[in-house]
Write a protein that binds this ligand. Structure first.
Ligand code: ATP
Ligand code: MG
Length: 138
Protein backbone atom coordinates (compact mmCIF):
# COMPACT_ATOMS: atom_id res chain seq x y z
CA UNK A 1 0.00 0.00 0.00
CA UNK A 2 1.24 3.45 -0.93
CA UNK A 3 0.28 6.87 0.47
CA UNK A 4 0.15 10.16 -1.42
CA UNK A 5 -0.80 13.76 -0.63
CA UNK A 6 -3.71 15.31 -2.48
CA UNK A 7 -4.64 19.00 -2.44
CA UNK A 8 -7.83 20.49 -3.82
CA UNK A 9 -6.41 23.91 -4.69
CA UNK A 10 -8.19 27.26 -4.06
CA UNK A 11 -9.79 27.22 -7.52
CA UNK A 12 -11.27 23.76 -6.90
CA UNK A 13 -12.75 24.80 -3.56
CA UNK A 14 -14.04 28.12 -4.99
CA UNK A 15 -15.68 26.39 -7.97
CA UNK A 16 -17.50 23.90 -5.75
CA UNK A 17 -15.94 20.70 -7.03
CA UNK A 18 -14.70 19.24 -3.70
CA UNK A 19 -17.40 16.57 -3.82
CA UNK A 20 -16.75 15.73 -7.47
CA UNK A 21 -13.00 15.34 -6.87
CA UNK A 22 -13.55 13.15 -3.80
CA UNK A 23 -16.06 11.01 -5.72
CA UNK A 24 -13.46 10.35 -8.44
CA UNK A 25 -10.79 9.43 -5.89
CA UNK A 26 -13.03 7.02 -4.02
CA UNK A 27 -14.50 5.43 -7.12
CA UNK A 28 -10.96 4.74 -8.39
CA UNK A 29 -9.95 2.78 -5.31
CA UNK A 30 -8.13 5.54 -3.41
CA UNK A 31 -9.01 5.55 0.29
CA UNK A 32 -8.98 8.87 2.18
CA UNK A 33 -7.11 8.27 5.45
CA UNK A 34 -6.68 11.93 6.53
CA UNK A 35 -8.41 15.16 5.50
CA UNK A 36 -8.69 18.83 6.50
CA UNK A 37 -9.44 22.29 5.11
CA UNK A 38 -7.03 25.14 5.76
CA UNK A 39 -5.72 28.36 4.27
CA UNK A 40 -1.96 28.67 3.77
CA UNK A 41 0.00 31.87 4.28
CA UNK A 42 2.66 32.99 1.76
CA UNK A 43 5.58 31.59 3.78
CA UNK A 44 3.89 28.19 4.05
CA UNK A 45 3.13 28.10 0.31
CA UNK A 46 6.73 29.07 -0.51
CA UNK A 47 7.99 26.33 1.77
CA UNK A 48 5.64 23.72 0.30
CA UNK A 49 6.69 24.60 -3.27
CA UNK A 50 10.37 25.29 -2.48
CA UNK A 51 11.53 22.88 -5.24
CA UNK A 52 10.06 25.39 -7.71
CA UNK A 53 11.67 28.51 -6.19
CA UNK A 54 13.82 29.22 -9.26
CA UNK A 55 10.91 28.83 -11.70
CA UNK A 56 9.38 31.95 -13.28
CA UNK A 57 5.91 31.03 -11.98
CA UNK A 58 6.97 30.64 -8.32
CA UNK A 59 5.61 33.97 -7.02
CA UNK A 60 2.35 33.65 -8.93
CA UNK A 61 1.86 30.00 -7.88
CA UNK A 62 2.52 30.62 -4.20
CA UNK A 63 0.26 33.70 -4.23
CA UNK A 64 -2.51 31.66 -5.90
CA UNK A 65 -2.14 28.87 -3.32
CA UNK A 66 -2.84 31.41 -0.53
CA UNK A 67 -5.84 32.95 -2.31
CA UNK A 68 -8.43 30.80 -0.54
CA UNK A 69 -9.00 27.64 1.45
CA UNK A 70 -7.65 24.31 0.24
CA UNK A 71 -8.56 20.72 1.12
CA UNK A 72 -5.59 18.49 1.95
CA UNK A 73 -5.96 14.71 2.03
CA UNK A 74 -3.81 11.65 2.46
CA UNK A 75 -4.82 8.95 -0.02
CA UNK A 76 -3.90 5.30 0.36
CA UNK A 77 -4.03 2.53 -2.21
CA UNK A 78 -2.01 0.23 -4.39
CA UNK A 79 0.13 2.42 -6.65
CA UNK A 80 -1.60 5.45 -5.12
CA UNK A 81 1.02 7.98 -6.31
CA UNK A 82 0.91 7.10 -10.01
CA UNK A 83 -2.77 6.13 -9.90
CA UNK A 84 -3.82 9.48 -8.47
CA UNK A 85 -1.62 11.40 -10.95
CA UNK A 86 -3.38 9.53 -13.76
CA UNK A 87 -6.80 10.57 -12.44
CA UNK A 88 -5.56 14.19 -12.10
CA UNK A 89 -4.32 14.43 -15.70
CA UNK A 90 -1.45 16.48 -17.13
CA UNK A 91 -0.34 19.72 -15.42
CA UNK A 92 -1.60 21.74 -18.40
CA UNK A 93 -5.30 20.92 -18.80
CA UNK A 94 -5.01 21.33 -22.57
CA UNK A 95 -2.74 18.25 -22.58
CA UNK A 96 -4.81 16.27 -20.06
CA UNK A 97 -6.55 13.05 -21.11
CA UNK A 98 -10.33 12.85 -21.44
CA UNK A 99 -12.11 12.11 -18.19
CA UNK A 100 -9.33 13.43 -15.93
CA UNK A 101 -9.99 15.98 -13.19
CA UNK A 102 -7.84 18.66 -14.85
CA UNK A 103 -9.37 18.06 -18.30
CA UNK A 104 -12.84 18.47 -16.88
CA UNK A 105 -12.33 21.34 -14.40
CA UNK A 106 -9.00 23.20 -14.81
CA UNK A 107 -9.01 26.62 -16.45
CA UNK A 108 -5.31 27.43 -16.56
CA UNK A 109 -1.87 25.74 -16.29
CA UNK A 110 -1.55 27.28 -12.81
CA UNK A 111 -5.17 27.05 -11.65
CA UNK A 112 -5.37 23.33 -12.23
CA UNK A 113 -7.69 22.25 -9.37
CA UNK A 114 -5.53 19.56 -7.73
CA UNK A 115 -2.05 18.67 -6.55
CA UNK A 116 -0.58 15.19 -6.16
CA UNK A 117 2.80 14.01 -4.87
CA UNK A 118 5.19 12.76 -7.56
CA UNK A 119 7.33 10.15 -5.72
CA UNK A 120 7.38 8.17 -2.45
CA UNK A 121 9.96 10.61 -1.03
CA UNK A 122 7.93 13.73 -1.84
CA UNK A 123 4.75 12.01 -0.63
CA UNK A 124 6.31 11.34 2.77
CA UNK A 125 7.60 14.89 3.12
CA UNK A 126 4.37 16.50 1.84
CA UNK A 127 2.21 14.39 4.17
CA UNK A 128 4.46 15.44 7.08
CA UNK A 129 4.12 19.08 6.00
CA UNK A 130 0.36 19.06 6.69
CA UNK A 131 -0.34 16.19 9.11
CA UNK A 132 0.90 14.85 12.43
CA UNK A 133 1.31 11.08 12.63
CA UNK A 134 -1.83 10.70 14.79
CA UNK A 135 -3.92 12.56 12.16
CA UNK A 136 -3.08 9.97 9.48
CA UNK A 137 -5.40 7.09 10.25
CA UNK A 138 -4.01 4.46 7.87
P1 ATP B 1 1.31 19.43 -8.72
O1 ATP B 1 2.75 19.49 -8.20
O2 ATP B 1 0.47 20.63 -8.34
O3 ATP B 1 0.65 18.13 -8.47
P2 ATP B 1 2.39 18.88 -11.30
O4 ATP B 1 3.32 17.94 -10.60
O5 ATP B 1 1.58 18.39 -12.45
O6 ATP B 1 1.37 19.52 -10.31
P3 ATP B 1 4.58 20.78 -11.28
O7 ATP B 1 5.50 20.84 -12.44
O8 ATP B 1 5.02 20.13 -10.01
O9 ATP B 1 3.19 20.16 -11.78
O10 ATP B 1 4.14 22.27 -10.97
C1 ATP B 1 3.50 22.59 -9.75
C2 ATP B 1 2.36 23.52 -10.02
O11 ATP B 1 2.87 24.75 -10.51
C3 ATP B 1 1.38 23.06 -11.10
O12 ATP B 1 0.41 22.17 -10.64
C4 ATP B 1 0.78 24.38 -11.53
O13 ATP B 1 -0.20 24.83 -10.58
C5 ATP B 1 1.97 25.30 -11.46
N1 ATP B 1 2.67 25.39 -12.74
C6 ATP B 1 3.43 24.46 -13.34
N2 ATP B 1 3.93 24.87 -14.51
C7 ATP B 1 3.48 26.14 -14.66
C8 ATP B 1 3.65 27.15 -15.65
N3 ATP B 1 4.38 26.93 -16.75
N4 ATP B 1 3.02 28.34 -15.47
C9 ATP B 1 2.27 28.58 -14.37
N5 ATP B 1 2.08 27.68 -13.37
C10 ATP B 1 2.67 26.48 -13.52
MG1 MG C 1 4.48 18.52 -8.88
Amino acid sequence: MEKTLSIIKPDGVARGVIGEVIKRLESNGLKIIAMKMLKMNKAQAESFYSVHKERPFFQSLTYFMTSGPIVVMVLEGENAIAGYREIMGATDHRDAAEGTIRKDFATDIEKNIVHGSDSPETAASEIGFFFNSYEVTG
